[in-house]
Design a binder for this molecule. Sequence first.
Ligand SMILES: Cc1ncc(COP(=O)(O)O)c(C=O)c1O
Length: 419
Amino acid sequence: MNSTDRTAPAAGCGDRGPGKEGFRFRAGRIDLLPPYLYAELDRLEAETRARGIDIISFGVGDPDLPTPPHIVDSICAAAQDPANHRYPTYDGLLDFRRAVADWYQQRFGVGLDPEHEVLTLIGAKEGIGHLLWAVVEPGDLVLVPDPAYPVYHSQVVLAGATPVPVPLRAEHDFLADLDSLDSGIADRARLIVLNYPNNPTGASASLDFFHRVLDFALRHQCLLVNDCVYSELYLDGNPPPSLLAVDGAKEAAVELHSLSKTYNMTGWRLGFAVGNREILNSLLSVKKNCDSGAPQAIQRGGITALRGPQGCVEELRATYRRRRDLAVQAFSRAGWSITPSPATFYLWAEVPPGYDSSTWAGWLLERTGIVVTPGQGFGEYGEGYVRLALTLGEERIAEAAERVARAGSFAAHGRPNIR
Ligand SMILES: Cc1ncc(COP(=O)(O)O)c(C=O)c1O
């Protein structure tokens, strides 16, 4: 068949319709997406590495440590069982959802009905995307934190809705400043997205803050979602609360969780959504048409993770705490002052005077081979900061700080830009 044959309508298929000129390989909505932040970082890193430079990457937040062996063993055993070789159920194994409900009760003091208030996800990222399809209409407004995990913005856009940035400012401890929005916007918004503990700022939210946001949401008839994939990575001994611990939260709110960060399971893809049953039901309707559920062997591993000994999580917190303290001290000795984060494995570091987030990331990459993420990639209110993911060992962190110290005065050099 030649190319003319391929573009011609097959006999009997009729007309190709008015105005249709050949194939369209890209829907218009794709062009509304910003370049995927980490893809750009990966490209830059590869380019610098190709120049023979030993890169120290604080870029992507993918835990460097392995999944605890008791969880891997349990997944391997479950993989041998033919009962786990067929399509999973869409909403997940009831045993897994029961383990989630028990964990929630123990950890947050929140009771959940495992049959109707817990839904298994193939990671929180999947949940974010499908949740937006489930509850917003094209043209709706969605309040999205800024700076934020870029997927919120992209998924709102893919759902045909409009993201409205809610600033997270240092002077408000990076808590979403909903009062700064004019009330017309709040009345038109369908959904508020929160993320505490927060990527990229490392901020944690109190129950009192959640109270105020829930009040706001109910007053303006907005649904509420808190993405709390970092809930267990608290580094100063204060376990963050659940939004669902606020009285009445289940009227309008859900939380998204993941085993990715708590148990170093990013590669296995397992998470869950909990809370308002109607929202979860809508989410399930979308999922039934988009995916066929999380692999059961992985869910069995999830049960082992949630019901098993939690010492591995305590050790993980201790590791990130040591890395955080080392980085803050060592970079500060090198002349770059960084405020420690109370939670997550991120440092949200102000750029030195005279730089913006891109020129500072560019200076670090060119002069020291260090990769950090420019704050402007997380939204306009991220300008003035870069994010460091502490997903690398202490030796490399110390080496990075030494390189910065050796590179000398920041101001004395040129300012390459990686934009
Ligand atoms: C705030 C936030 N939510 C969700 C995710 C993705 O989680 P999962 O691996 O469960 O899809 C990430 C990953 O970095 C994240 O930072």
